[in-house]
Design a protein around this ligand. Sequence first.
Ligand SMILES: Nc1ncnc2c1ncn2[C@@H]1O[C@H](COP(=O)(O)OP(=O)(O)OP(=O)(O)O)[C@@H](O)[C@H]1O
Length: 247
Amino acid sequence: MKIQNILRQIRKADQDFNLIEDGDKIAIALSGGKDSMLLFVSLKMYQNFKGKNFDLIGIHVDVGFEEFEHELMKEFARQYDLELYIEKTKIFSILSLEKNQKNGKIQCSLCSTLKKGVLFEKAKEYGCNKIALGHHGDDAIETLLLNMIHGSKIATFSPKQYMSRMDMDMIRPMVYLKEEEIVEACKANQIPSVRRVCPNDGYTQRQEAKELMEKFYKLYPMAHDNFLNSLSNEEQVSLWNKDLRSK
Ligand SMILES: Nc1ncnc2c1ncn2[C@@H]1O[C@H](COP(=O)(O)OP(=O)(O)OP(=O)(O)O)[C@@H](O)[C@H]1O
């Protein structure tokens, strides 16, 4: 997919959910993965759109994995003229404590909470009013599935979420994009990504959900678009509400 098409989908999400406003200072949460790397390159181009006047910085939370390729991220930041902050943390040591592990594995949910804490604190410190995350449409569908399987709820993350405690918006400009489109765009535009080094990588519930969905899309190719579109189809949500039950 051409980067122009990525920008078109980002603009659509921006228009639909009012993600980016004049005067914003946005911290891009850069994990080093393809999604957030592409998000940065795209938002940088989006800055040149007429009428969009906002600032960007990058924040990477260094979890403490020894083999993480920091140099690649620094080089990427130099190449694209990104003000990048790498925040050193002891998150991996905390995750590795026996009391914090489950069945001998570090916990993704705890990792995510700790990373978010650092992101918010630092974004605030650097004067940002928004944090942009690299989540995309397939992440949203997987989250919906995982919430139904493990949480008895029909819910996914929102494209824009106000965090009142921190007085900060969390935005997800790539919600209309599929993962395969992101992979294609990164390849076509030589956008690098850092090698994955988390020991849980490939063995998570999310990975299982991803593989399940891939099988599903092979059987029903149209389901991919339909699942994604259904997340915005609030007029046709029909669930068993209490009013119905009491009649
Ligand atoms: N260590 C980190 N530092 C900063 N932001 C992060 C970090 N890890 C995750 N994020 C943010 O959270 C989003 C979702 O996290 P997740 O772990 O699903 O991403 P990933 O698959 O590791 O990488 P990516 O989504 O960037 O390809 C990322 O796109 C990124 O915006």
